[in-house]
Design a protein around this ligand. Structure first.
Ligand code: AMP
Ligand code: GLY
Length: 421
């Protein structure tokens, strides 16, 4: 089969490396991919948001199956457009991708169907939001409605910070249109768990749980990033919690989307917080998480492409989804300065005896070498029998990769280790 993967980061590289193991696959194209993936896919210089370009490429090259990985093309309707020309896809249509595309939609969905989440109010007028903040308790959480590269969430510790956040979203349009409507919600506490789940709109099959590390610096300090590392499984996701999530959150969400006429097919990402009152939804994503995918997929033992096609065809219940009982750790190697400004163009060298998976994100080719070209440059994933060993192995292999001005966290997995004891 000829497969097309839309997207170009570490998540897409992890998907590509996994589907490459499938006997069903002949050719893999990545749009746009990145130069670090050249050994695994043919990269085509068409951007992930260029729907016309994507559709034209798929038609010309007689693509058999497309995997749309990032949020933007999903929310813009890439799957709808590809389906129109007869190409089956992994990923939700636009009317279901709204579960990530609009926080107001997802909060209202949870309220209507009794799915546990933080209590909230929606504001479309700044004055009303500012008036509400006078009576709020702090900390409080302010979220831009639309997609904002994971940066549209502010935890305001006091009234002044909250006013600044609302003004920057609704008056200064820091996130463009995304912030013209905001959600102000209750601050929850507890460990966070990411659960990615396959679904064909009827059956939901959770993958192994994981834990992201969103802050730039050790001990969860510094700015929020797209994710600086992950481990799987997440020790806070016990069997009891998993059973409760399936009953109160996972299935009810799939049923709610069906009841709304917005059947969700693809990977639904449940961002959960295990609060003293039980698990609650912090956010939904309509896609695989990054870097969660970089620890979850290496632990998948079944054929990923078969599972994805089962999600498209509605046959997930009859399809094997088996994970290994090992642990995985992914350390993101980033450009110093990320998530703020950083320099690109430094040569990346990888020792020949590297003994971990390397998933490239911000990398490109220049004068015959691989050079840095983004904030998150690559992820180094190791799999081992225990989490302790996976962490050690992934840091040993981090030492085998070099580029100038590199930054990575030294404590990925430490919180999980402490919790597991
Ligand atoms: P989101 O982009 O919605 O995942 O939010 C980013 C991060 O903000 C989450 O991973 C949480 O750490 C934090 N967060 C979001 N909503 C809340 C909330 N209601 N209470 C506490 N922390 C939150
Ligand atoms: N790692 C969080 C996300 O993919 O949104």
């Amino acid at each position: 089969m000829k497969i097309m993967v839309v997207g170009g980061g570490g998540r897409e590289h992890a998907i590509i490396k996994k589907i490459k193991q499938s006997p069903l696959v002949d050719t893999i194209y990545a749009l746009p991919g990145n130069a670090g993936m050249n050994a695994d896919a043919t990269c085509v210089n068409i951007g992930a948001k260029d729907l016309d370009g994507i559709v034209a490429f798929a038609k010309e090259n007689q693509i058999d199956y497309a995997i749309v990985a990032p949020d933007d093309p999903l929310v813009l309707g890439a799957v709808d457009r590809l389906n129109e020309i007869g190409i089956p896809c992994f990923g939700p249509k636009a009317n279901a991708a709204i579960i990530e595309g609009s926080k107001i939609f997802s909060k209202n969905l949870m309220k209507k169907y009794g799915i546990p989440t933080a209590s909230y109010e929606v504001f479309t007028e700044m004055d009303a939001a500012l008036a509400y903040l006078k009576t709020s308790s702090y900390p409080t959480v302010i979220k831009a409605d639309g997609l904002a590269l994971g940066k549209g969430v502010v935890i305001a510790m006091d009234h002044d910070e909250a006013v600044d956040a609302v003004r920057s979203m609704m008056e200064d349009h820091m996130f463009g249109d995304s912030g013209s409507r905001v959600v102000i919600e209750e601050f929850l506490t507890g460990p966070e768990v990411s659960v990615l789940a396959f679904t064909d709109g009827k059956t939901v099959v959770p993958m192994i749980s994981s834990m992201d590390h969103k802050r730039a610096l050790d001990h969860d300090e510094g700015l929020n990033t797209g994710g600086m590392g992950t481990i799987a499984p997440n020790p806070y996701y016990t069997e009891d919690v998993a059973a409760q999530c399936m009953k109160e959150i996972f299935l009810p969400t799939i049923e709610a989307m069906n009841a709304e006429g917005r059947t969700f097919k693809g990977c639904l990402y449940y961002g959960l917080m295990i609060t003293p009152k039980g698990p609650k939804v912090i956010e939904y994503n309509c896609r695989f998480g990054d870097p969660e995918t970089q620890v979850v997929l290496p632990l998948l033992e079944s054929d990923l492409l078969e599972i994805m096609m089962a999600c498209t065809n509605g046959t997930l219940a009859e399809t094997e989804v088996r994970f290994s009982d090992k642990s995985a750790c992914c350390v993101i190697m980033a450009s110093g300065g990320y998530p703020k400004s950083y320099q690109n163009g430094y040569e990346i060298t990888v020792a020949e005896d590297i003994a971990a998976e390397v998933y490239f994100a911000g990398a490109k080719e220049a004068n015959g070498s691989l050079v840095t070209a983004g904030g998150r440059v690559l992820g180094v994933t190791a799999v081992a029998d225990t989490l302790t060993e996976a962490i050690e192995k992934s840091y040993e292999n981090v030492k085998k990769i070099h580029f100038e001005n590199v930054h990575y966290r030294k404590d990925i997995g430490q919180r999980a280790l402490a919790a597991g004891k």
